[in-house]
Design a protein around this ligand. Structure first.
Ligand code: ZN
Length: 236
């Protein structure tokens, strides 16, 4: 379970499983007029350069190794690094933000995983990249799946449902005309498949569409929906 905290009038969510990791700082924003305004400071990353991502609902992961970050955002939906003082960030409205760290605080990663990203396996690919480039083992990772559209509101067509074969990810109920996708379960399954211990994975149970008081939602607000910001980094 993630918990909600308020600091300097800014409400955000944090995961105890990541707060327990030395050097790792992270936060999931709630809805705010300007997600960048003061949020990096409460997240503990004020003034840090942020690795830019042009999110495209893919499985593309960037390993951030150079001190000089790109001026233009590369296409991709996840980033990972062992560099201290660099903020990794993803923006979401209903998609799931997934933040990952190894439990000794040597490597961090952030991924953007809606249904397209989940179908493409972006979280599994992110763990693979963290393991291969970061020199850590999957069994030493901890992860938090931030606020996303709940299974209550994530109605999908059969074409989408058919892309998730594992049990417990697509749910059907007599009172639902169409199947519903559990995005949290889909991403949690990928973490488990990649070797992350289930006891070190925390999942937000808040639905972005059901909670206009806290979150933006693309399904609820359409094109005018804002975005929440999720940040993770390693303190220098
Ligand atoms: Zn809902």
């Amino acid at each position: 379970m993630l918990h909600t905290r308020t600091q300097s009038d800014i409400t955000f969510l944090a995961a105890p499983v990541l707060e327990a990791v030395p050097r790792v700082v992270h936060a999931f924003s709630t809805r705010r007029p300007s997600p960048d305004d003061g949020f990096a400071a409460v997240a503990g990353m004020e003034g840090w350069p942020t690795f830019p991502l042009r999110q495209i609902h893919s499985d593309r992961v960037h390993w951030v190794a150079g001190e000089r970050l790109p001026d233009t955002a590369p296409d991709g939906d996840a980033a990972a690094t062992a560099l201290p003082g660099v903020a990794l960030s993803v923006r979401t409205a209903d998609c799931a933000p997934v933040l990952i760290a190894d439990r000794r605080g040597r490597v961090v990663a952030a991924a953007h995983a809606g249904w397209r990203g989940a179908a493409a396996g972006v979280v599994r690919r992110t763990v693979e990249q963290v393991v291969s480039e970061g020199g850590v083992e999957a069994r030493d990772l901890a992860a938090a799946i931030g606020p996303h559209i709940g299974v209550c509101c994530m109605e999908v067509g059969d074409d989408v449902a058919d892309r998730f074969a594992q049990p417990g990810i697509v749910l059907r109920r007599p009172d639902w005309p169409k199947p519903h996708l559990d995005l949290g379960a889909a991403n949690r399954a990928q973490l488990a498949d990649a070797g992350v211990p289930p006891e070190r994975v925390e999942v937000s149970t808040l639905c972005t569409r059901c909670r206009p008081d806290l979150f933006h939602s693309y399904r609820r607000d359409g094109e005018k929906a804002g975005r929440m910001l999720s940040l993770i980094g390693l303190a220098p």
